[in-house]
Write a protein that binds this ligand. Structure first.
Ligand code: NAP
Length: 278
């Protein structure tokens, strides 16, 4: 009989996490507050923000949207972030990326108070993650780690390969895997023999942004495969960085796109907002 991998259901895991958060916020006199700053009219960003607002409702978190026009200046955005930093009603601040061209995202992210940095992208939070200290951890790697733990609670001695080295995902993912006692290889666009390296992975995490790049012959039999990529095909359909149909016949477990890492990212944003409140 042909082998088919276990599908790691990110929707179910994220719903469970949201319910746990809702149970905690329901018992609070003042629920946590998340401010979402949306600049310009990138359609994808509007969809992401709408989904985040929906998740806030499920988790019992107050959401406050701040929309600025596409021609907002850096100093206007900085001024808004500073006001939110000082507002005791706001526990978390999310600056929706990407910002319109010409705005310095890195500088603006670093303006967010580290205590309210629910995306975990400020230098103090990155430093804490690397130092093994408690801080706010970026949502997508945090959610990916939860999916891995669903199927492999103990990563000790496992070889994890992460494709991608962005500050948003690849680097923090590698740190989380390292902290969980995996042996970690980070691959990127300059890596030689990428398929060969991927084939050594017990846990393979792909975060590249190239549709169906990871093929069946890149994957070790029985590996756990986490697909972080979100790519829109010409047909309008979403697909990941992993060739799901091929790789499902080799892996022991695989996260689908959509319905895998995506919902976990939003649920972890809620978890970070609760943590920032506490
Ligand atoms: P990014 O900043 O563009 O980073 C992409 C990484 O992939 C870079 O490190 C790049 O290497 C590497 N890469 C590019 N081409 C490659 C190749 N041919 N072989 C090996 N490595 C290659 O993207 P990101 O923000 O990390 O996001 C990656 C993907 O995850 C995107 O599809 C994004 O939409 C998705 N994503 C999903 C979620 C979610 O919630 N599910 C959240 C965030 C991101 P270099 O460093 O050498 O350029």
């Amino acid at each position: 009989m042909e082998h088919t991998a276990q599908i790691i259901n990110g929707k179910a895991v994220s719903d469970r996490l949201l319910s746990e958060i809702a149970a905690k916020t329901a018992a609070m006199a003042t629920p946590p507050g998340l401010a979402v700053v949306l600049v310009g009219d990138n359609p994808a960003s509007h969809i992401y923000v709408a989904n985040k607002v929906k998740a806030c409702a499920k988790a019992g978190i107050r959401s406050l949207e701040h929309r600025l026009p596409a021609d907002a200046t850096e100093s206007e955005i900085k001024g808004l972030i500073e006001t939110l930093n000082a507002d005791p009603e706001i526990d978390g601040i999310l600056l929706q990326l990407p910002l319109p061209d010409g705005l310095d995202s890195d500088m603006l992210i670093q303006t967010i108070s580290p205590d309210k940095d629910v995306d975990g992208l400020t230098i103090p939070n990155i430093g804490k993650l690397v130092a093994g200290l408690d801080g706010l951890v970026p949502c997508t790697p945090q959610g990916s780690m939860m999916l891995i733990k669903e199927v492999c609670p103990d990563l000790t001695g496992k070889h994890a390969v992460v494709i991608g080295r962005s500050l948003l995902f690849g680097k923090p993912m590698a740190q989380l895997l390292l902290a969980a006692n995996a042996t970690v290889t980070t691959a990127h666009s300059k890596t030689a023999d990428l398929p060969e390296i991927c084939k050594q992975a017990d846990i393979l995490v792909a975060a590249v942004g190239r549709p169906k790049m990871v093929k069946a012959d890149w994957v070790k039999k029985g590996a756990i495969v986490i697909d972080v990529g979100i790519n829109r095909l010409d047909t309008g359909k979403l697909c990941g960085d992993v060739d799901f149909d091929e790789v499902s016949s080799i892996a022991s477990a695989i996260s689908p796109v959509p319905g895998g890492v995506g919902p976990m990212t939003i649920a972890c944003l809620m978890a970070n907002t609760l943590k920032a409140h506490q």
